[in-house]
Design a protein around this ligand. Sequence first.
Ligand SMILES: Nc1nc2c(ncn2[C@@H]2O[C@H](COP(=O)(O)OP(=O)(O)OP(=O)(O)O)[C@@H](O)[C@H]2O)c(=O)[nH]1
Ligand SMILES: [Mg+2]
Length: 858
Amino acid sequence: MAETLEGKTWEEMLKQILPPGTSIPDASANLDYSIAIEYDGPPVGYELPTVDPVSMSCFTSIPTADPFSDSQSQLVANGAGPPPVMDPIRLPISRIAGCAGSPPLSPRGSRSSESVVSVLQNQEFSDASHSQSPGSPHSSATVQSSPGRQPNQPANEVKRVSVVTFENVQKSDNNEFYVGGSASPQYVAVSKKEKRKRVCYRCGKRKWERESCLVCSARYCSNCVLRAMGSMPEGRKCVQCIGQPIDESNRSKLGKSSRMLSRLLSPLEVRQILKAEKECPANQLRPEQLVVNGFPLRPEEMAELFSCTLPPQKLKPGSNASNGNTQVYINGREITKTELRVLKLANVQCPRDTHFWVYEDGRYEEEGQNNIKGRIWESALTRLACSLFSLPVPHAASTGPRDEAPYSARTVPEYLEPKRIQKLLLIGPPASGTSTIFKQAKFLYGSKFSQEELENLKLMIQSNMYKYLSILLEGRERFEEEALSNICENGSVERHTEGGDGNDDNGRALSVYSISGRLKQFSNWLLDIIAMGDLDAFFPAATREYAPLVDEMWKDSAIQETYKRRNELHFLPDVAEYFLSRVPSPTPLNLFLSISASARNLFFAAIEVSGNEYEPSEKDILYAEGVTQGNGLAFIEFSLDDRSLLAEPYNDNPDIHSQPLTRYQLIRVSAKGMNEGCKWVEMFEDVRAVIFCIALSDYDQFGPPVHGNNKPLLNRMMQSKELFETTIRQPCFRDTPFVLVLNKYDLFEEKINRAPLSNCDWLSDFCPLKTSHNQSLAHQAYYYIAMKFKDLYFSLTKHKLFVAQARAWDRLTVDECFKYIREVLRWEDEKDENYVVDDSFYSTTDLSSSPFIRQSNE
Ligand SMILES: Nc1nc2c(ncn2[C@@H]2O[C@H](COP(=O)(O)OP(=O)(O)OP(=O)(O)O)[C@@H](O)[C@H]2O)c(=O)[nH]1
Ligand SMILES: [Mg+2]
């Protein structure tokens, strides 16, 4: 260009710019090749002409058309379609009468303001709703899809709308604009969230494949989806929609696979996202959406509904929960065919159009007749049929006045109802070992862990790893502060970074516990979300992004130094070490020659456990804290072999072996949130026994109170005792036998010789005998604690407390516990039948298999 500038006329230069053969215009006065530049000279002495601004009161913006695509121009060039026509911009008059041939229904917005070529209704974009405008994903304006067009219709001759309105001009979050118009009078009332089909809401580009937000239906292309939806803690939702309920029309899509996600993410990640989508609280039906007999459910009713043994599946909002089709009504609800069959079995006459009224205790009459015809569930057969078909059987409590209870769970001998499931509620203060016992029961008597359960356990272990990591990081901060203040006070340099000058680039002091800025950032992030209780929301999707940093951190010498002082990290559970210090094989040693052995172990454990390929071993599962992620309700059903040693004396009847085994349902709940007047326990009023688990080793430990955060640390045994008292005081457990499992005997045994029981005020009057009778201190102390609880229980309930000992890590001891519990249930049954086997208060202290059974320290 430089040469062309020199000595060439403007005609010559122009010739080079214009296509060959084009004539050069004459240099006339009007010819203007000037380019606008900003004037920055001195102020002018005259008034500059101005253009009145267009009134924007009705428009948020002037709608513009999409760029004219290559394929469109191709079609035009081939004569396959007429040239595109720009839609005239409409004035904000409320209605403009239109006719066939009037412009397509909605001028569209585009971020490109250079191109003003109108939308060509081209095959490429053909779709029933192709002419819609891109709209705000979060707006609720009305939009009408084009009624579509005939296959042979020319591309641009879509059916024109008769009326176009401009009332719904919207501005979206990302500054794109659209105008929604009502197509024709019959569509005006149709209010549907506007959809910008084929256009990505984020980049505005047309893409075939998009993923849409379950809340606002915003659609994103594969380039944008991860940016717009983040780590998808609630599945496919834009980040700003997280926490909001889904659009109900999307309910059937919950958890259904997505090709785009499968392409972008690993199968495990997709599974995790889809699982979160299906299961996260925000995406669940809300009680008020479920209508039963014309009334929306209350939260507690909903909780009750979903806590039953066979909760309803695939409920839809507003669905008719009665779902009957028999023209027979009970309490205003049309019953189902199965229910009708059971009624017939119960000898209830029910011709069509009968309206029954059934009372809580099973008495029934024809509506308005005031003439009780009988009791529906009177016969065992009816009850059996009901339990077979998962139909309700009235609670023992509701079958009339308590003392007459005609068929309470207690008084119907087990063998009359072989199918009845004996529910066992397993409960205990945090970290007492309930999950461990639950998992042992599953290993012992239950079915294998399903793929899904394994996946859950894996996630749980992985998220626990982050918790342990955060405890380490917190410890590191503490140690760093200590070290730095030591340095300041003593001028001591002994803990300074080796080889460094003790300062970082910014002149800040450093200690062996100091980490780099990047790691510090990660550390702050993790500690923040843990402190906010948000880990579950971020895990696993967001934490995955940090995986490389986790690796880096494990390798860091500051973490290694912190880990050396793990005994000072009180919140680091014992099992953390198990998970943190595993060395997987094969060991790529050469990679890690430069780091110490313990750091290497941490590193491997982190990589192994946090990796996708990690599969938890049986031991991992057992040692992992919790049963389910989030530690919710968990239950299993199993039966026990009845031919235990303890059972034999009662099994004289040879028929007993031909009868089906008793089924048990073990329900494990976290005791968190249980307090006086607590409602949810009432859901378990029909349990056969409460298994209350306490960690013996808690007697010298202090922890934050279960209720309330700012109170001083409390002795954990005292906390367990309080929770125990609260539980036994629950009215719904008034007649329920309690089995106290004193767990963690292994830790207790090891601890008792160095820490006296008097660490716990309640246990301060323990007075061990000289161990002349071969009775170890631990045995005596255990027995003493058992008696303390029995006394307490008796004073409050006037009943006997059954006590068993366990080391939940040892499967055999858990097996013994359950066999003991089975015996307790038998004793209770027989007691109810007046075959009182054992009435002494003290003889039920412990398992008869225990060597300490007759050794009281009284
Ligand atoms: N040493 C020892 N540790 C045990 C025993 N039973 C459980 N643990 C460990 O104690 C910790 C707490 O046990 P969990 O079974 O998770 O306790 P939990 O009752 O479910 O407690 P939350 O989950 O807090 O409700 C886990 O790390 C267990 O591995 C035991 O008998 N001996
Ligand atoms: Mg647990």
